[in-house]
Design a protein around this ligand. Structure first.
Ligand code: GDP
Ligand code: MN
Length: 348
């Protein structure tokens, strides 16, 4: 009942914020949000910003996924805010829950230990299911199977600048498979054995490791150890067919069998990032400098004053994380032999 082909609630939608049609052909793409019913007001803020800054001119679909049934309030509120079709999917138990090879007692002991060590989300079961779902399953949801590209949006994010072109079109026309706006070092306690599993995968499946990849962004010793750099996956624009490829599925299956989603607390951010860095060519990963973004506690505000004025940005450049010591963007620039953008010293 809530799936519609045109703008819902046209009366109010059109009075407050006319939806305009940017010229050009649309890509087969969708926004995707994993959320609980209780996230409705936080995700509404995100949708409003994404629509104002971009999608009201493009009207891409928005897929909402949940391990529970979405309630009427969630559907009413979010479908009123989206300019494209709003679609709601339930996640089946085969994609959300403990696989049978996981030792429940061992997993419970780990949660207790992590609780004592005060590791963020260390004692949470649902957070682990969420990380595993985002790592290995969201792109295989029946609704997502219809699309070629996705843009992930989480609750309470902000977009600070106009997005004056179609990033999906940019990805497709330039053969980009994965993209990011923020990158940083992972909290090592959550992934102590992840790199060992990745090395096991590389040995078993050398055919999936790409030439001209971004290994040097992940490792400072040619792959012996992981430097913990990862793309922050609460923002992602990516190609779903790559995630559905044999290479990625073999990779996810290998990691899943190692059990680290439950025996540690592997996040989808390092899991996606390592996959992209090793199985894609380095120029298939894109840094969207012009998409200004906030997810607590980090901001990406584009470097360069003229760019910020042109794009009507409202972020404070002093909040920009890019050139902070905990950011991995510096390494990214080194990997690609790029000169630092004009004005970056002032923001360090
Ligand atoms: P953080 O950004 O790592 O602090 O984690 P979030 O709480 O933002 O969770 C990441 C994403 O997964 C967000 O889009 C949440 O709405 C969603 N999420 C987290 N836990 C659950 C859950 O148990 N069920 C559902 N349906 N969504 C969840
Ligand atoms: Mn979040």
């Amino acid at each position: 009942a809530f799936e519609q082909n045109s703008s819902p609630n046209p009366k109010y939608g059109q009075v407050t914020r006319p939806s305009t049609q940017a010229p050009g052909e649309r890509v087969n793409a969708t926004f995707v949000t994993l959320a609980r019913n209780g996230d409705v007001w936080e995700i509404s803020r995100s949708i409003r910003q994404v629509e104002d800054r971009f999608n009201r001119n493009y009207n891409y679909d928005w897929v909402f996924l949940n391990d529970d049934e979405f309630d009427d309030t969630f559907k009413k509120v979010t479908s009123a805010l989206t300019s494209g079709r709003a679609r709601y999917g339930k996640i089946g138990p085969e994609h959300w829950g403990f696989p049978d090879f996981i030792d429940q007692d061992k997993a419970a002991r780990v949660r207790e230990e992590m609780h004592e060590k005060k590791i963020i989300y260390g004692d949470s079961i649902s957070y682990r299911h969420m990380c595993r779902y985002e790592s290995g399953f969201f792109f295989r949801h029946p609704l997502m199977m219809e699309y070629e590209y996705y843009w992930r949006v989480e609750p309470s994010i902000e977009l600070f600048c106009d997005v004056g072109y179609d990033p999906f079109r940019y990805m497709k026309d330039n053969n980009k498979m994965y993209s990011f706006v923020l990158s940083l070092y992972e909290y090592v306690e959550t992934i102590p054995t992840l790199w060992d599993s990745v090395k096991g995968f590389m040995e078993q499946h050398p055919e999936h490791i790409s030439e001209n990849n971004s290994m040097d962004w992940l490792s400072d010793d040619g792959g012996k150890t992981y430097n913990h750099c990862h793309f922050w996956s609460n923002f992602e624009i990516g190609n779903l067919e790559w995630l559905r490829s044999q290479a990625y599925i073999d990779y996810f299956t290998h990691l899943d069998k190692a059990g680290g989603f439950f025996y540690e607390r592997w996040g989808d951010a390092p899991v996606h990032s390592i996959a992209a860095a090793l199985m894609l060519k380095k120029d298939q990963i894109h840094f969207f400098n012009d998409i200004a973004y906030y997810h607590v506690p980090f901001t990406h505000c584009p470097t360069g004053e003229q760019k910020r004025l042109d794009l009507k940005c409202h972020c404070n450049p002093k909040d920009n994380f890019d050139w902070n010591g905990y950011s991995c963007l510096n390494r990214w620039y080194e990997l690609h032999n790029l000169p630092k953008p004009d004005g970056y010293e002032a923001e360090q």
